[in-house]
Write a protein that binds this ligand. Structure first.
Ligand code: NAP
Length: 307
């Protein structure tokens, strides 16, 4: 008699990892986070695996900060292929990696792990995913833009580094804790020492999280990026109100949602073009797939799965 196929659990825990009962196709990839229930990565990556005829599944793992070390040890033994990391593990996972690429070292956060011969190798695909998303949403390249980034956490550092690497025209960083924004700007100084000169404003600067500073900078940038969680929770206001935005700016909110985020609503109210973080989620996921399998990701199938 044919054995019935077992389907993967909605969410696995550390206890599941320690007493692993595999399913068919086997779970060999997953996202680690806490909370993790909201993650759209499984539907996106499972669609890609199916389309690519790779006999594996991708699952969610709810792992607390205290259990990260043990979870990664179990996953290493179970010969997984790769992982994504989300809140709160992107920074904490660094100490458990066997190696990290240059992006991870500079950003200080990893969102993708590839497991090879029992070794955990860390990558960060957020910056490149962001660049691809901006190109797709607005048909422009970062190198042609003056950019205001809100935030100085993991996502902001990945985005700011990518903007710097692509030699954007200007980069302005606004963060609640000013010193953190200043530190991020300082870490990117090398990229802006070249001869590209545009007018009297500094090509790289940190600004305080203040209305007057926003107002001045918005008149002098082309793209505003929200890399803070402001707008994620119900009742959150837009990090920048509509009255400070203007029709000439493009607005990219890294928060993803099937509804308009507060910042996207504010941008539309101001007559600006705006997009939310679904396209960044898609492209960082496609880049992760390419790291794990060394083959092109089926982008359109992945896009359909998250829309
Ligand atoms: P993080 O490391 O915790 O950093 C959070 C940043 O937001 C910090 O700079 C913090 O400022 C700032 N912040 C928090 N609350 C704020 C408030 N009320 N007002 C002003 N600033 C505030 O988080 P992260 O990993 O960078 O993630 C940030 C967001 O990026 C997430 O919420 C997620 O939506 C988004 N994201 C999207 C994708 C995608 O694929 N679309 C990928 C990664 C991240 P302080 O330094 O002053 O605390």
């Amino acid at each position: 008699m044919k054995k019935k196929r077992a389907s993967a659990k909605e969410v696995y825990t550390l206890a599941d990892l320690k007493n692993w009962r595999d399913v068919k196709p086997p779970v060999r990839l997953g996202v680690l986070g806490d909370p993790v229930e909201h993650s759209l990565s499984p539907q996106m990556q499972n669609a890609a695996l199916k389309q690519s005829k790779i006999e594996m599944q991708y699952a969610r793992f709810r792992i607390s900060s205290n259990d990260l070390r043990e979870a990664l040890e179990s996953i290493r033994k179970l010969e997984f292929v790769g992982l994504n990391l989300t809140i709160p593990h992107k920074v904490a996972a660094l100490e458990f990696l066997d190696s990290a690429d240059d992006n991870v070292k500079r950003i200080g956060a990893t969102n993708v792990i590839k497991i090879e011969n029992g070794k955990l190798r860390g990558f960060n695909t957020d910056g490149r995913g962001f660049a691809r998303a901006v190109r797709e949403e607005f048909s422009v390249d970062l190198r042609d833009l003056r950019i205001l980034v809100l935030g100085a956490g993991g996502a902001a550092r990945a985005i700011a580094l990518q903007c710097a690497k692509e030699n954007c025209e200007r980069l302005v960083i606004a963060n609640g804790t000013f010193e953190k924004g200043q530190k991020l700007a300082d870490s990117l100084r090398d990229f802006f020492s070249g001869p590209k000169v545009f007018g009297p404003l500094p090509r790289l600067q940190a600004i305080p999280w203040e209305e007057r500073a926003f107002q001045f900078q918005i008149a002098n940038v082309d793209l505003v990026v929200n890399a803070t969680p402001v707008g994620l929770n119900r009742g959150d206001a837009s990090p920048i109100p509509a009255r400070l935005l203007a029709p000439h700016v493009m607005v990219y909110d890294t928060i993803y949602s099937d509804k308009r985020t507060p910042l996207v609503s504010a941008a539309i109210e101001a007559g600006a073009r705006a997009a939310n973080g679904l396209s960044m989620l898609l492209h960082q996921g496609a880049l992760a797939f390419e790291i794990w399998f060394q083959r092109e990701a089926p982008l359109e199938v992945m896009r359909k799965a998250i829309l």
